[in-house]
Design a protein around this ligand. Structure first.
Ligand SMILES: *Cc1c(COP(=O)(O)O)cnc(C)c1O
Length: 398
């Protein structure tokens, strides 16, 4: 029977060896075989087929992590999914597997901070040069391609300033120049955007965010096509990257309700934005909500849904009053990450103190000195309460 993905998430696989509705946590280092012949046959099978459905040693996974891989393979329509211990491990896995000394990579300059840092600092030590392109200009991307360009790394939308890019235009350029493509799809999740179907070689999500959904687990998922599989598997096995069975279990448990939670995050976000867009103290909302805007059109072109993370731009000569606004919020926690059940707020203070470190952070310089970016994650609380909380605290902004 053909099933919708939402149904699939409730019935991912049938495990005949176990009668529990949810697969158990299988922690394992050693996997036992009945005979030496069985062990050798198994290893030969893995070598021949490359694709692994059953591992021979715990470093490569256990039946719990394989279960999660299979769920994500279906969700992403992927050839294979690599799981890592944190989301960022998945970004590092892609870069370290495919880039070699002398290569260049092109990175959209609105990417998540650590992605920027690994590109411009760590890779440099391996003689791999990162160039940053303007996510609002496909020509800038085109102009920066050289014979050395190995990979284009896109984050869509940028998780601080929320620009949306024309993804199939990027793919056209990459294919013509035989460049690998990577998309950080943590915001949209593979439920709302399937990067591999558009033509990306790699679709990455931090499983720490919406996949797990409960702010109590960390993980990364790098879904790949056949073209890059072998090279990434080579590095994956030798780097020691893996996800523990316990984290995989929590992520499986979370992902069953991904569709239901995301719908509610979106509804709540729409309600909060409807309130915020009428507030004079907020000069801009960085979220695809205005049908006339470029970002909305590009979101609509590719995505079947939107989620709960966005930024607001607050114009104020008194930064301390913006700090007071955020500090005073009762229902919004202050902290990193997002994608859990709870609302969060954080001031993106990347412009002042870290100017030297993040020289390339041009994105933030389109804003003037009296504009402050506050990133909000809208959780699953009653949106009326969230709006009341915001209303109570916006009055502190001077
Ligand atoms: C959080 C995040 C990551 C990294 O994930 P971790 O699980 O925190 O390591 C990468 N990209 C984006 C867009 C993120 O929000």
């Amino acid at each position: 029977m053909k099933k919708s993905i939402n149904t699939f998430l409730k019935h991912p696989t049938k495990d005949s060896s176990n009668k529990s509705a949810n697969p158990p946590i299988i922690r394992a280092s050693t996997i036992l075989f009945d005979t030496m012949q069985e062990l050798h046959n198994h290893e030969n099978k893995i070598k021949k087929h490359q694709k692994i459905s059953h591992y021979s040693y715990g470093r490569y996974g256990s039946s719990t992590t394989i279960e999660l891989e299979n769920i994500l393979k279906e969700l992403e329509q992927a050839y294979h999914v690599f799981l890592t211990g944190t989301g960022f491990g998945g970004v590092a896995l892609a870069l370290m597997s495919l880039c070699r000394p002398g290569d260049e990579i092109l990175v959209s300059d609105n990417v998540y901070g650590p992605t920027k840092e690994i590109s411009e600092k760590l890779l440099k030590e391996f003689n791999i040069n990162a160039k940053f392109y303007d996510p609002d200009s496909i020509n800038d991307l085109k102009n920066k391609i050289s014979r050395k360009t190995k990979m284009i790394l896109v984050e869509n939308p940028g998780s601080n300033t929320f620009e949306f890019q024309d993804l199939s235009e990027i793919i056209k350029i990459a294919k013509k120049n035989k460049i690998y493509t990577f998309l950080d799809n943590t915001w949209g999740t593979p439920l709302y955007l399937k990067p591999l179907k558009i033509g990306f070689d790699m679709s990455f999500s931090s499983a720490t965010k919406y996949f797990s959904g409960h702010s109590d687990a960390m993980g990364g998922s790098l879904a790949v096509n056949k073209r890059v599989f072998k090279q990434i598997m080579f590095f994956y096995k030798l780097s020691g990257y893996r996800m523990s069975a316990d984290e995989a279990y929590l992520i499986i448990r979370g992902i069953r309700t991904l569709d239901t939670r995301l719908k509610q995050h979106y509804q709540n976000t729409k309600a909060v934005i409807n309130y915020l867009k009428k507030q004079k103290k907020i000069s801009e909302i960085l979220y695809p909500y205005k049908p006339s805007s470029k970002n909305y059109k590009l979101w609509k072109k590719y995505y079947s849904g939107a989620t709960g993370l966005f930024s607001i731009v607050i114009k104020s000569k008194k930064k301390s009053s913006v700090v007071k606004f955020v500090n005073s919020l009762e229902l919004f926690g202050i902290g990193y990450s997002w994608g859990g059940f709870e609302s969060l707020a954080i001031i993106q203070d990347l412009k002042s103190s870290k100017k030297d470190e993040y020289i390339q952070r041009r994105r933030f310089y389109r804003f003037s000195n009296d504009e402050h970016i506050v990133r909000l994650h809208i959780g699953l609380e009653d949106p009326k309460d969230l709006i009341n909380d915001l209303r109570n605290c916006l009055r502190y902004i001077k």
